[in-house]
Ligand binder design. Structure first.
Ligand code: HEM
Length: 369
């Protein structure tokens, strides 16, 4: 990656040669390091990149000083902080280099290692001073004595778990404390099952509420009357949340067919996946008038936004609360907003629907507001 700072607005011709020279610098470093990719020797890969970068830098018409380099002079023989590079002719520039960012990635044959150089006019580059790499581990005072960088992390986690075993309060009201004493088929839940449960809770609560909010906010940004009601009638907020959930259900539920069957003429074989669109209930025109329209005065029409049956959403109440707080707080601070004319946004459809982006613009409240 080559970066050059230059004021092209001044009308001065961009100095394209210098920028291209920089590309050659990173190219040389990358090609040299490439010979060491996957060979398990990160020092050698780094050294190859440094050597190659240094050789090409020497040939460039510039008077450069390395501001951010490989380290201080006594610890880095080449490209050290303060080293002069280039052939000494103008322009005078400051330079930052990282011949091989991701030495371990390169050594292990993994992607994303980079060769980096940046230039700016002399005296303008921020000099962070000497930097040190630190390995750190943080934890509460109750486990501080167990933290050690010399021991494998999994062992340390095991020690923490042992110390905490027995300190969990099964009567504590939170879900995870309760889960510690759950049984599955008459036996205590295994650690693996508990971990799966935690991961499911994490994943299921992660993008669902944000996706739902995106559709809700998009609706309110494009329906002034509804938005004004959210702003001016705080007492209807629960109905707002329910109605937006009904009209914009974001989840689809996959199921595996247990036997050969037929759905409206479409054959489904045992073992095949069927994805059920939950919108089919709440937005069904055959059941509700103007089913796809938002109307906060409806008396909470039946819907399946949170699913049905034994897998119905465990987080439904939490989700409703999060949505309620989000709509309330947003509209308290930003009552007037809209999607800018001509703005483009896209939708993504996996098992959860969502918006990839939602451009909004809003008016700053006047001081009196
Ligand atoms: C607007 C937000 C949300 C929507 C629309 C939603 C929707 C759903 C739906 C439709 C299901 C049923 C899946 C199926 O039958 O296969 C489900 C299950 C689940 N949801 Fe949510 N969800 C939301 C938020 C949350 C939150 C915040 C959490 C937890 C923090 C959560 C945790 C779960 C869990 C653990 C399940 C699996 C339940 C089981 O399989 O027994 N959800 N959700």
């Amino acid at each position: 990656m080559g970066v050059i700072s230059q004021d092209v607005r001044s009308g001065a011709k961009p100095d394209r040669n210098l920028a291209l020279e920089l590309v050659r610098v990173t190219e040389a470093a990358a090609l040299a390091a490439a010979r060491w990719v996957g060979r398990g020797d990160k020092e050698a890969a780094d050294q190859a990149a440094v050597d190659a970068m240094r050789v090409v830098l020497e040939t460039i018409h510039m008077d450069g000083i390395v501001v951010i380099g490989e380290g201080e002079k006594d610890e880095a023989p080449m490209l050290y902080n303060g080293e002069h590079v280039g052939d000494g002719s103008p322009p005078e520039v400051d330079i930052a280099v990282d011949p091989l960012e991701g030495t371990r990635l390169a050594a292990e044959g993994r992607p994303s290692a980079l060769a980096v150089i940046a230039l700016s006019p002399r005296g303008t580059m921020f000099d962070p001073g000497p930097c040190v790499y630190m390995e750190k581990m943080a934890g509460g005072s109750d486990i501080a004595d167990l933290l050690s960088l010399d021991r494998p992390l999994t062992e340390t986690l095991g020690l923490i778990a042992e110390r905490r075993a027995g300190t969990a309060d099964p009567d504590a009201p939170d879900l995870l404390s309760q889960a510690m004493s759950w049984e599955l088929d008459g036996a205590p839940m295994s650690d693996d099952n508990l971990l799966s449960f935690c991961l499911l809770m994490f994943a299921a609560g992660l993008d669902t509420v944000t996706a739902e909010l995106a559709y809700g906010v998009r609706h309110l940004a494009t329906h002034d009357r509804d938005r004004q009601r959210v702003v001016n009638e705080p007492e209807i907020i629960d109905d707002v949340v329910e109605e937006l959930l009904r009209v914009y259900p974001i989840a689809m539920t996959p199921r595996v067919a247990l036997e050969d069957t037929e759905l409206r003429g479409c054959p489904v074989k045992r073992g095949q996946y069927v994805v059920l669109g939950l919108a089919g209930v709440g937005r069904n025109e055959a059941d509700h008038e103007r089913a796809t329209e938002v109307d906060f005065d409806r008396n909470r029409l039946p819907n399946t936004t949170f699913g049905v049956g034994i897998h119905r959403c465990v987080g439904a109440h939490l989700a409703r609360l999060e949505l309620k707080v989000a709509y309330q707080e947003w509209h308290r601070r930003i009552p007037n907003y809209r999607i800018p004319a001509g703005a483009v946004y896209t939708e993504c459809a996996n098992l959860t629907l969502g918006l990839n982006n939602l451009p909004l613009e809003w008016d700053l409240p006047t001081p009196a507001q």
